[in-house]
Design a protein around this ligand. Structure first.
Ligand code: ZN
Length: 328
């Protein structure tokens, strides 16, 4: 393990949604993330791929969706990322509860986890999401997007993902191989109360934690579930070393695949969760200026030559635009 660079944390999380307009409205207008890339599923060009992130598309901030209208509702269960948590500044959960009341968001009572206040809620497809209050340092790498939510309350990238696993042991060993350290256990609050929640931590300030809860509750992929979680392997060399390490651990990673804004290796871990290793570059500003991110449909590489046909096959959507900053 000596020659791998430990992952700094989560790079992005990719999920399955239903209606694309409803997905855009919620993640941009209600939650206040920036649409940093509007593209297509490279394996199914009649489906969008939306990327929601902080103002600059910083690694560790992007939540991405395939809105597959034809698919049915999924069920969160074992072998999945069951919860995706975002960081918000200390003291901002009152603002979020009030905002959720105004926007009709389905949320639960706050709870405390490893000493931090957590607000669990669901997006319009039933995807379980959480906001966690943390102290955001002056030097934080994320930049708040303030079109809909003021900076002092804005979402600042990922806090953690929670994995539901039938047999946690081999996955915990894998996380150690990837450079995360076990930092604590506590009796779970919220989901599976009383069961043991184990927390692993990466090195970086964003997307730092992976929590594990043991369960055999069955799941099914569909609307409102996570498709995969990507971890940061900043350079190609970091990624190659990590790929070798997970292969030595007994897994079967793919070759490197060019995803245009980053390069990716996919590996299904021992309990069935799909992990990705993603490079930091070239990044979301490699094909659009920072000021224009998300403004147009971006078709990478060969797809550009088929733009007319691809656009004709996609549903029309309108990206919410703030006319004036939110009055609260
Ligand atoms: Zn991905």
């Amino acid at each position: 393990m000596a020659d791998i660079t430990p992952t700094p944390g989560i790079h992005h999380v990719t999920c399955i949604a239903g209606d694309p307009q409803r997905n855009l409205d919620f993640w941009v207008e209600t939650l206040g993330l920036r649409l940093v890339k509007r593209s297509i599923n490279q394996d199914d060009t009649s489906t969008y791929h939306f990327f929601f992130a902080d103002a600059e598309g910083t690694p560790g901030t992007s939540m991405t969706f395939f809105p597959w209208s034809g698919m049915s509702r999924g069920k969160v269960g074992s072998g999945q990322v069951s919860r995706t948590a975002f960081r918000v500044p200390e003291g901002s959960l009152d603002y979020w509860e009030e905002r959720f009341d105004r926007h009709g968001v389905d949320y639960d009572d706050r709870l405390e986890r490893f000493g931090e206040p957590v607000l669990p809620f669901r997006d319009p497809d039933g995807l379980p999401v959480e906001l966690v209050e943390v102290e955001i340092p002056e030097t934080d790498p994320t930049t708040p997007w303030t079109a809909f939510v003021p900076a002092e309350h804005a979402i600042r990238g990922f806090h953690s993902v929670t994995l539901w696993l039938a047999d946690p042991t081999p996955t915990q060993d894998l996380l150690r191989t990837m450079g995360l350290d076990k930092v604590g256990t506590e009796q779970a609050a919220g989901d599976f109360p009383g069961d043991e929640r184990t927390r692993f931590a990466a090195d970086g300030p964003v997307g730092t934690y992976v929590d594990i809860l043991p369960t055999i509750e069955s799941g099914r992929q569909g609307h409102g579930t996570v498709h995969h979680v990507a971890f940061q392997t900043p350079t190609d060399a970091d990624q190659e070393a990590m790929r070798d390490a997970v292969r030595s651990a007994g897994l079967n990673p793919t070759p490197q695949i060019d995803r245009h804004w980053f390069r990716s290796v996919y590996v299904r871990e021992f309990n069935g969760v799909l992990f990705e290793l993603a490079t930091s570059g070239p990044g979301y500003t490699s094909d659009e200026p920072l000021a224009d991110l998300g403004g147009r449909l971006v078709l990478p590489g060969e797809f550009e030559s088929r733009r007319e046909r691809i656009e004709a096959g996609l549903p029309d959507v309108t990206v919410p635009q703030a006319e004036t900053p939110d009055a609260d």
